[in-house]
Design a protein around this ligand. Structure first.
Ligand code: AMP
Ligand code: MG
Length: 267
């Protein structure tokens, strides 16, 4: 999984990273899915001890183009975890109140508390992505934000938050197929937005914006992973493995029981 990690300070050429890659499982979907199931159970157990210990805070950032699989990732990768300790924060077009503040204001409020995993479904990165692509603020304004973001995430990390960030990398052709499926499938039509076509037309600008963001904000304290995401099973596998590795590295323990438990008699 480490091969998908963006090394701090390295250039990111998304055009050269294959969204259909499945090297770690050699294209073997059946074996890959079985492995993901095992990882699901492992993640479930790790999340329980994270919650019980109430010490670590874990932030998972998901970014992708429309149809990239953020919702599917949340459904599949976190399957079986306890909703009491796992939160999702979805960041949409900012409200007037949010726009009246700095762009990190709405984000900070949703960062995880001790014992929690919080998943950002989109994030503060939109403020250097959609905002950059659509010139919603001048270049000198969004240009400063990479540095803010690194400092913000460093603050969270210094104060005990473990951060991991995933860019779900789909191809433009795969997006076409998924948009078409949304059009053609009655129970998926609610997800179709004509606005997605406007964004799709700006694909190259988005890839440039993503490339810059990934290169400038993959840090030792908040690394980015570029996840091949054309194959959903492989996407789930890569993210599950990366999360299990991360949580295992935290060396978590259940809290010690009160001392004299063996003398307790329940009447
Ligand atoms: P969805 O994730 O499909 O529900 O769409 C949410 C929409 O909100 C996307 O089109 C995002 O680009 C947009 N969005 C999220 N954050 C921002 C932001 N800070 N500024 C402008 N648009 C945003
Ligand atoms: Mg959408």
């Amino acid at each position: 999984m480490e091969s998908y990690r963006v090394e701090p300070g390295h250039e990111v050429r998304l055009a050269e990273s294959d969204p259909r890659d499945s090297t770690a499982f050699d294209g073997d979907k059946t074996a890959g899915k079985a492995r993901t199931k095992e990882l699901n159970r492992r993640l479930e157990a790790l999340q329980e001890v994270l919650y019980a210990e109430g010490k670590h805070k874990v932030l998972v950032v998901l970014q992708a183009m429309d149809t990239g699989g953020k919702d599917g990732t949340i459904r599949h990768v976190f399957d079986g975890t306890n909703p009491q300790g796992v939160k999702v924060a979805s960041f949409k077009k900012p409200t007037p109140e949010e726009l009246a503040h700095d762009y990190l204001w709405r984000v900070h409020a949703h960062t995880p508390a001790r014992g929690e995993i919080t998943i950002f479904n989109r994030s503060h990165y939109e403020d250097v992505l959609v905002v950059r692509v659509h010139d919603l603020v001048p270049p000198d304004v969004w240009g400063r934000r990479y540095e803010h973001i690194n400092a913000f995430e460093k603050t969270l990390a210094d104060e005990g938050t473990t951060i991991i960030k995933f860019f779900l990398h789909i191809s433009k052709a795969e997006q076409a197929a998924r948009l078409q499926a949304r059009l053609d499938t009655p129970h998926k039509q609610w997800k179709f937005s004509t606005g997605d076509l406007t964004e799709r037309a700006l694909w190259d600008d988005y890839m440039a914006a993503y490339g810059a963001a990934l290169a400038q904000t993959s840090t030792p304290w908040a690394p980015w992973y570029v996840v091949p995401a054309d194959r959903k099973w492989y996407r789930n596998l890569v993210i599950s493995q990366a999360l299990v590795d991360l949580l295992e590295s935290l060396d978590m323990r259940y809290p010690e029981p009160e001392e004299s438990l063996d003398t307790v008699v329940i009447t």
